[in-house]
Ligand binder design. Sequence first.
Ligand code: PLP
Length: 379
Amino acid sequence: MLKPSKIALSAPQLDANSVAEITRAIEGNWITAGGPFVTKFENSLQEVLGTKRDIVALNSGTSALHLALILAGVEAGDSVLCQTMTYVATANPIAYLGAKPIFIDSENETYNMCPQVLENAIELLIEKGEEPKAIIVVHSYGIPAKIQRIAKIAKKHKITLIEDAAEALGSKVNEQYCGLFGDYGILSFNGNKIITAGGGGALICKKTKDAVEARHLASQAKVSASGFEHDSVGYNYIMPGINAALGIAQLKTLNERVDAKRKIHKFYTEIFAELDEVNLFKVSDIELYSNYWLNVIQFKESALKNPEGLRVYMEKLEIESRFLWKPLHLQGIYSNQKYFGNTTAVDFWKQSLCLPSGTGMTADELDRIKDALIAYFSN
Ligand SMILES: *Cc1c(COP(=O)(O)O)cnc(C)c1O
């Protein structure tokens, strides 16, 4: 028998329009950093997000986080509060600057940073004279965090808020897009994100002067157009035109993608309504509108099955699934840093699995997934 084709966790989905737009960039010779395609991509992002905030297109989400921290004034030795349940790229730029990440646990409603733990941490740190410089909150797996409460806490304590919306393009809180709540928001257009530019990121700035400074730092801090004068140590972080071209084409499909992701979420909702060993990560649509970038299931304490069992079972059927991010405070590289919280994020990590959520999946592939899940849980 022929082996079935592999179902990936979330494969990039390119269309004819993507090819056409990249061809235009190549024909116009706008392939390298900056230029009209990059400007057009930035303008399209503003339009899609319905914002007047300045948006700077960069070569990765990680660069966007790095610049946000620099603009927030984070320096060596400073403390930065960071969600523990996230991809390692969220925290690494804190380390680039020689600053100290202080990790914060999740809560059970949005699976993201717990506002209560955050506030307790801030108060304790202030008491010790270790006032945090910034907070990085993440909308993990596309599910919006309790960003409005966290923004209030940040404002009360006058701490810069950075919103890592790398996975959450198209997600909203009370009708406002994720990425627009903080002093800075960051997006990623890496290969497996909801839309891709091949690679790339964006920095959303509340203040125009920050966007101006971000562009300056991202282009080697070059002062004059004609000469090679640089007024600080800058970076090579501007998005290349060829990536922007792909981003422009992909962005046109964002609404369809979000709808498709949410349909996949509904597909899993229906399957797991019948299977009581697991809970599907979900939030109420009333306030929190998720793009459901990846679907996550958490095995209940009482479950007879486990995430590794399901992962191996599906792997044999050529269906990819993946564990959650290992909480950052448990990573060897960050295990000496402070952590506030309990075991909420650790429990998610130990008991959960990400299921295939690519918008390019066919009806046949969805059937294969459904059959595999039902078979695994019923024997
Ligand atoms: C992907 C991702 C990033 C980093 O984006 P890159 O474009 O890959 O550098 C940062 N944070 C989170 C939560 C991500 O998922």
